[in-house]
Design a protein around this ligand. Structure first.
Ligand code: CA
Length: 468
């Protein structure tokens, strides 16, 4: 008898913001293949990462734990591969498991991928062209473009699978990570187009924390030639130059996304051809969001929406009604419990997320979280972004820039006066108006501070714990 448990294909890109996907209402591009997953499955509109940076988000996804409990708080931290992860548990439960593409959680006996029958990963960030891969410990170079290669390797692995056992495939793309190197096929896409600038492109960071103004991720000031890859034309005003840099950057970013979209299409076509569509859960997500000129920025890290939000779309014809949209708050720590649930494996008590299976099925659970906790640890380390933590509810977001490194690896040990930011997302969806000192919000502020405190206690993140 064939195993009734579903196959799981988890496709994750790097720095692909939801607002660069047409199924999320993108104003700047179209992603027809990714849209297929949303149209034939479910789109989550409030999926958030718990620490908006590459390695930490990946560690949280694998372990179902927040950064302070899985040990990967910053880009300097590596995952101890003896920790419990969902692939390890699925492998134990009889799944064939593989990870192909970006790993970014360290290398060597204690940090190489574990819990995988097969692994073939990029060293560190990896390269866009003719990248090296480490296949089960052996490094070799593969000719071609990284997104195509990761897809080729993924399909090749599915081809040689044991058809009598379910499989878990983590297909992790490098793109569209900085510096956005484009393949030949998409090099001329958008050539004659003018990509619209976001509404907050000329943000002047007034009426917000000092942290927002201090961040060094401005398109006009902080990008360099490696980002825009050409000599700027002479005679432009500073504002024109900013627009020019944005066009250079965003077009390359979107070209990298277009290649991912094509390659996801190839994976979906493969599943159709193999008759695997019905019994395979297909996820598309990204390790976190990205500023696409929003607030005049590129990069991520902040708890602001564009960076906090992850695209998260899932297709599973057996349980998910086509065209579903989910509004509840979910987090990257929920992914591991979800896959364990589908594999019929008990979810370890210590995991901090919840299975999303009821939401996939369109059930309305009596109780679901109404707030999520976020924390960024790399105080002033890169792009001069202050460490912060905060809480987001459906309507509000409270952020506390606590102004210290608190020993996080790689963080800069420099004290800044602590600051709070409070946003009313109903009235101010772009987070331009900090109302923390507005007396009209004093009750809301007190409630949110209490909620933040409770979350920190519940989630066991109690270093530097204080209520005000
Ligand atoms: Ca990333």
């Amino acid at each position: 008898m064939t195993d009734p448990r579903p196959n799981i294909i988890f496709i994750m890109s790097d720095d692909h913001a939801a607002h660069a996907m047409s199924c999320y209402g993108s104003r700047i591009n179209a992603t027809p293949n990714l849209d297929r997953i949303a149209d034939e499955g479910i789109r989550f509109d409030h999926c958030f990462c718990t620490n908006s940076i590459c390695a930490p988000s990946r560690a949280t996804i694998l372990t179902g734990l927040y950064s302070h409990l899985n040990g990967v708080k910053t880009l300097r931290d590596q995952l101890d591969n003896r920790i419990t992860t969902f692939p390890r548990l699925l492998q134990k439960a009889g799944y064939q498991t593989a990870i192909i593409g970006k790993w970014h959680l360290g290398h060597g006996p204690q940090h190489d991928p574990a819990g995988f029958e097969y692994w073939n990963v990029l060293p560190g960030q990896g390269k866009y062209f003719n990248p090296s891969f480490i296949e089960m410990g052996e490094e070799r170079k593969i000719e071609g473009y990284v997104t195509d290669i990761i897809t080729d390797l993924s399909i090749a692995w599915m081809e040689r699978r044991d058809k009598n056992r379910p499989f878990l495939l983590l297909c992790h793309h490098k793109a569209p990570h900085r510096h956005w190197l484009v393949d030949e096929k998409h090099a001329h896409l958008y050539e004659d187009a003018e990509i619209p600038e976001p509404p907050t492109f000329d943000d002047d960071y007034s009426n917000r924390s000092r942290a927002a103004a201090a961040a060094a991720m401005r398109i006009d000031r902080d990008m360099d030639e490696k980002d825009y890859k050409a000599e700027p034309p002479a005679g432009l005003t500073p504002r024109e130059l900013k627009s020019w840099k944005y066009q250079r950057y965003i077009k390359d970013y979107l070209r990298c996304v277009a290649s991912i979209d094509d390659n996801v299409g190839r994976m979906l076509d493969y599943l159709d051809r193999e008759g695997l569509t019905e019994n395979t859960i297909v996820v598309y997500t990204s390790d976190q969001g990205f500023f696409l000129g929003d607030h005049g920025w590129y990069d991520k890290r902040f708890m602001y929406e564009e960076s906090l939000r992850m695209p998260f779309i899932v297709r599973y014809p057996r349980e998910i009604k086509p065209g579903s949209v989910e509004d509840r708050i979910v987090i990257n720590a929920d992914f591991a419990p979800t896959f364990l649930d589908y594999a019929g494996v008990a979810i370890p008590e210590e995991m901090q997320g919840c299975s999303l299976r009821p939401l996939f099925r369109g059930d309305s659970p009596d109780e679901w979280r109404t707030a999520m906790y976020y924390r960024y640890w790399m105080h002033l380390a890169q792009h001069n972004v202050c460490a912060h933590y905060g809480v987001r509810t459906h309507r509000y977001k409270l952020i506390y820039y606590y102004g210290e490194a608190l020993g996080a690896s790689g963080a800069i040990d420099e004290s800044w006066p602590p600051e709070w930011e409070l946003f009313d997302l109903d009235k101010d969806p772009f987070e331009l108006n900090n109302v923390v000192h507005d007396p009209a919000y004093s009750d809301v502020l007190a409630e949110l501070k209490e909620q933040l405190h409770q979350l920190r206690v519940e989630l066991k993140d109690e270093d530097g714990l204080k209520k005000d």
